[in-house]
Design a protein around this ligand. Structure first.
Ligand SMILES: [Zn+2]
Length: 590
């Protein structure tokens, strides 16, 4: 990160629009962080910008003494909010649950029922823009806002998983919501001009049959119909001011502008790192490693003594069709085009910059929903090392994974396999874990297992679950664990070590260089020692309740539990039969 910050500070000229945008954002941030004058100037423009945005949404009663109900257009306002990049408009929110889908959902109580919104938000926007208003009117309007707020936000919360979901294009939805045009709202959140994506997004958006939307006596629609238009218009604008306020509130206590820049423009930051601080040759090397691990995975499936031919064939097909992105997603090659559309300007207020970025991130989410992009923009690009998505049968290996301290192309092969190799095998293994094994080569839910095979696989999973449930952990003791929660990760760990080992066992041990400090060990022993080092950590003092929620088993199990199931480990270290690392009952996978 240090070299990256230095890069931002140096601010050398560049042709890349993405990089220019990143530096512009960073510079603006630094200016208002350091200079009192810049901060004040920025604030002044911010209030002007907020007012301009309010006017773009629709007619606001507090701005227009002659306001009357004929000036109110609910869908017009909702659509204009979408144009500003707002996925949440005050009445409902559009959520991307991680998978390529959109869900129309209620907004949870977000604490906007607070006089600070009235005094420091609404009245301040009016004052700073020299708009005369009567306190009495604003106070009365705010009271009406609160009443509606409570009605909408205090709706009993239901578990959406327990009710049906309906596509928003279904007639039932149109009949239920004569006041809301969901399709038009969605259209305006997508990159304008990309009609294909608009269609896809509309087809992939659902609404849950919860009472908030479909209640018999009271629902969002009946509330809208029973509420005065003035109250609704104010409600949407007040909500907008509240959401904008949170954006400029943050400007009072900016700490680190380099972090803020990378958080907001992670693709640009990644491209700067790749271009300036990263050995691009590593991308090819890691790409080759993925293929090598895939070959090893195929060998593991082929050599299985219990899988039937048809299951093997389907599994290998899935393996071979697994898509991969190494280091830098191809879609970022045209990052400049994407950033050009965002059009950040040095004269923009910080608020407007954040708004433009928000709009861009929203469009990226929609591209993900429309299946035009494989990247979920909510994943942290700079933190992610490696990830597998079963819905797309897609493996993503990011730049941080291919750099110090995890990877260096000069490491001996067995050390690379123990580190990066086993992680690659682990991620690929998620395609075959308890969930992944239910999806086929195209990421569609399909059972490709012969019946006896899936029954046998379940028995083998039970073996692992039991093993972890009875595991005697040095930090937590015995009998606290719930192996059903961690089965996916335990399977992936097993696959990861097995595939990496298969490559190491074929190496000529005499020819492999030793690592200083391990001179007395043969390279096979060093392989296991290096693999164990990845899980070296201080004593785990987390509460047992948290451990039970974790997807991963304890670090100790990820080493000792996994190794004790491997014949290769037992043979390499000559563990006596029945000793803790060589139990009579081993849980083997394929
Ligand atoms: Zn995992």
């Amino acid at each position: 990160m240090d070299t990256f910050s230095e890069h931002l500070i140096k601010n050398e000229p560049t042709d890349s629009i993405a990089e220019q945008s990143l530096k512009m954002f960073y510079q603006k941030c630094e200016n208002i962080r350091i200079s009192e004058d810049d901060f004040k100037e920025n604030l002044k423009i911010t209030f002007k910008d907020i007012l301009a945005d309010i006017k773009s949404i629709g007619s606001w009663p507090l701005l227009d003494p002659k306001w009357n109900e004929s000036k109110f257009d609910l869908n017009g306002m909702l659509i204009n909010l979408a144009k500003l990049g707002k996925h949440e408009n005050g009445l409902f929110t559009l959520i991307n649950p991680g998978a390529p889908l959109m869900v129309v959902a209620p907004i949870r109580d977000d604490g906007a029922d607070d006089l600070r919104l009235r005094d420091k938000g609404i009245k301040r926007v009016l004052k700073e823009n020299n708009i005369t208003f009567s306190d009495k009117t604003v106070d009365k309007d705010f009271e009406d806002f609160l009443k509606l707020y409570r009605k909408l936000r205090k709706f009993p919360i239901e578990d959406p998983l327990e009710v049906d979901q309906i596509g928003i294009r279904e007639q039932v939805v149109k009949d239920q919501f004569p006041s809301i045009d969901f399709e038009k709202i969605l259209e305006n959140l997508v990159d304008p001009g990309n009609e294909k994506a608009m269609e896809m997004v509309k087809n992939r958006t659902v609404i849950h049959k919860i009472n908030f939307f479909f209640g018999k006596n009271e629902s969002l629609e009946t509330i809208i119909q029973k509420t005065q238009k003035r109250v609704l218009a104010n409600f949407l604008i007040f909500h907008f001011i509240d959401s904008s306020a949170s954006s400029f509130k943050n400007q009072y206590n900016i700490e680190k502008c380099d972090e803020m820049a990378t958080d907001n423009l992670p693709e640009a930051a990644l491209s700067v790192i790749v271009r300036n601080h990263f050995d691009r040759e590593n991308i090819q090397i890691v790409s080759d490693l993925v293929e090598e691990i895939k070959d090893s995975f195929e060998e593991m499936i082929q050599e299985s003594t219990w899988l039937h031919e048809s299951t093997k064939k389907a599994g290998i097909l899935k393996l071979r069709k697994m898509k991969k992105t190494i280091g830098y997603p191809e879609e970022f090659e045209n990052l400049d085009e994407i950033y050009k559309k965002m059009n950040l300007l040095p004269t923009d207020s910080f608020y407007t910059m954040l708004k433009k970025i928000d709009r861009l991130r929203g469009e990226m989410t929609m591209n993900f929903v429309a299946l035009e992009s494989l990247l979920d923009p909510s994943n942290d690009l700079l933190e992610t090392n490696a990830r597998y998505s079963m819905l797309e049968n897609y493996l993503m290996i990011m730049v941080p994974f291919m750099d110090d301290p995890l990877f260096d192309s000069t490491f001996p092969k067995y050390a690379i396999m123990a580190g990066v190799g086993s992680v690659l095998g682990h991620e690929i293994g998620h395609g075959f874990d308890e969930l992944g094994s239910g999806f086929n080569e195209n990421g569609k839910r399909k059972n490709w297992w012969q019946k006896e095979d899936s029954e046998e696989y379940k028995r083998r999973m039970e073996c692992l679950i039991d093993q972890y449930n009875n595991y005697d952990d040095p930090d937590f003791g015995k009998g606290h664990f719930n192996g059903s929660n961690t089965i996916g990760e335990m399977l992936a760990d097993g696959f990861g070590m097995d595939t990496a080992w298969r490559i190491v066992r074929k190496l000529d041990m005499e020819k492999e260089p030793k690592i200083i400090g391990f001179d007395n060990d043969n390279t096979r022993k060093i392989f296991f020692r290096v693999a164990a080092l990845s899980f070296c950590a201080p004593r785990d003092t987390d509460d047992i309740e948290n451990i039970l929620d974790r997807e991963h088993p304890t670090d100790s199990f990820r080493v000792n539990g996994v190794f004790s199931n491997m014949k290769a480990f037992v043979e390499t270290f000559n563990c006596p039969v029945g000793s803790p690392m060589n139990p009579k009952k081993k849980c083997e996978l394929f």
